[in-house]
Design a protein around this ligand. Structure first.
Ligand code: LM2
Ligand code: CA
Length: 455
């Protein structure tokens, strides 16, 4: 019976993009809970337009809990079963706009432009389109005009605000623990504050604001409402891993112009930028193979922000393509394969690094930074953990200070410790009396040990 991955304290969440509610419930029990994931970001649960592309989910038709993810009963069952497994649910709340054009929703509601079951013309801003140049110089238009033709709600109106807080409250009542507020940059921060003021309890909130700098609407405007997505993290880390030097990363975070760590939701890629949507940059994705695992190991080992692990599906270059038709869990089978669900969150390096983060929260600092001036790095987290990343084609061999107590440790990226702590299923690291270890890490590989993996 091998364990060792269970969280001491949760620190990481995962976006199970386009997973159904039954699949998510199953995954909470089978993998996320036991492996210390704190929460799941789920795709929008409300009624959306009919269609096969993934992005139909971002065109709301009503706030009924009926969507491609499943029905209301399945949604509630998922929330309860995940909670039982120690995993929170964060709902992706699409509240800036309603669907474009006219048509039908997946629960049978019909709509026409600015006419929905609970809204009519007066509940929307007067029609104008956001132009590319508005992002740099016209905050008013970014927030009051239409994003890609989506009918823009008058989020300043008390009626609209009551509909939105009513929707969020119904979700809180089912046990939902938090929200991703979609397209937050397109709503004044004060409108979001008014909506949240009428939401019961204190749900976790993070706002999607794409701010790479030089924006008319800045990420910091939203700090009073909760956390904010830090897209500069994604871009800068992606560039560094793809074409820079990992040696640069010793002071990654605020010194690089990033927002305060306690405000930042960070990620290597997201559902938009991995497929060139949402003003994508040069990001690292599952398609980059081992490089992606190494970037995630860095994100999870480094003390900055609240990390989100992306869990994707293969889209074969079709950036509109919907998810595989097959469930993730089917007939006792797990459909995580190259052509289907990617299940990045199950990669041993990524899941192992979640365990590392969970077990090093007590030492929220970087010590003993070492690099070779290029793409081999190592650092410790106080005396709680030590990580080595080798993004080069040569084996990394060095005697490095680990900051750890002497002993033999089990690498959490490749192995697990047996309950009696006598055995390790993966690589081992021997730390000597002076805290130094002779490290040997293969090309495009990493190693991470923490105090709970001491044999
Ligand atoms: C988001 N965050 O602020 C989401 O992360 C992003 O995925 C959403 O866009 C966007 N905001 C709106 O919620 C996606 C997708 C778009 C898609 C929209 C609406 O990236 O391509 O737009 O959802 O479904 C699609 C078409 C677009 C069309 C629009 C309206 O791609 O060409 O515009 O629908 O019919 C005329
Ligand atoms: Ca708006």
């Amino acid at each position: 019976n091998l364990s060792g991955a269970v969280a001491a304290q949760p620190t990481t969440f995962v976006h199970l993009f386009e997973w159904s509610w039954p699949d998510i419930a199953h995954e909470c029990e089978a993998f996320l809970g036991p492996n210390g994931y704190a929460a799941v970001q789920v795709s929008p649960p409300n009624e959306h337009i009919v269609g096969d592309t993934w992005w139909t989910r971002y065109q709301p038709v009503s706030y009924q809990l009926q969507s491609r993810g499943g029905n209301e009963q399945q949604f509630k069952d998922m929330v309860q079963r995940c909670k039982q497994a120690g995993v929170d649910i964060y709902v992706d709340a699409v509240i800036n706009h309603m669907a474009a054009g006219s048509g039908q929703g997946v629960a049978g509601s019909t709509f026409s432009y600015k006419h929905f079951p609970m809204y009519s013309e007066q509940d929307f801003h007067s029609t104008c389109a956001i132009n590319g140049s508005d992002y740099g110089n016209n905050a008013w238009r970014v927030q009051h005009c239409e994003l890609v033709g989506l009918a823009d709600l008058d989020t300043d109106s008390t009626y609209v605000q009551s509909q939105l807080s009513g929707y969020l409250n119904r979700l809180v009542d089912t046990g939902v623990a938090g929200f991703r507020l979609d397209a937050s940059k397109h709503m004044p921060a004060s409108d979001i504050a008014s909506v949240l003021a009428n939401v019961t309890g204190t749900p976790f909130v993070f706002q999607e604001v794409i701010d790479q700098g030089f924006e008319a609407v800045g990420a910091s405007e939203y700090f009073n409402n909760g956390l904010v997505t830090e897209f500069k993290y994604t871009t800068k880390l992606g560039e560094t891993f793809k074409s820079g030097k990992l040696a640069w990363l010793s002071n990654f975070g605020e010194p690089w112009g990033l927002m305060p760590s306690d405000k930042a939701v960070v990620f290597i890629d997201n559902h938009d930028n991995q497929r060139g949507h949402g003003g994508a940059g040069n990001v690292v994705t599952y398609a980059d193979g081992r490089l992606y695992d190494l970037a995630n190991v860095f994100m999870l080992a480094f003390p900055y922000g609240y990390p989100k692990v992306m869990s994707s599906f293969e889209f074969n270059g079709d950036t509109d393509a919907g998810a595989p038709n097959v469930p993730v869990h089917y007939n006792g089978q797990l459909n995580c394969t190259a052509q289907q669900w990617q299940c990045e969150h199950r990669n041993p390096y990524i899941a192992g690094a979640v365990a590392f983060r969970n077990n090093t929260v007590g030492a929220w600092r970087v010590n003993n930074w070492w690099d070779n001036g290029a793409n081999q790095i190592a650092f410790s987290r106080g005396s709680e953990g030590f990580v080595v990343i080798n993004r080069e084609s040569d084996t990394l061999r060095a005697a490095l200070q680990t900051g750890l107590e002497p002993g033999v440790y089990c690498d959490t990226l490749t192995g697990r410790v047996s309950d009696d702590r006598s055995r390790c299923t993966g690589e081992q690291l021997r730390v000597g009396d002076n805290g130094f270890a002779e490290v040997a890490v293969a090309p495009m590989s990493a190693l991470a040990v923490h105090h709970q993996t001491k044999l």
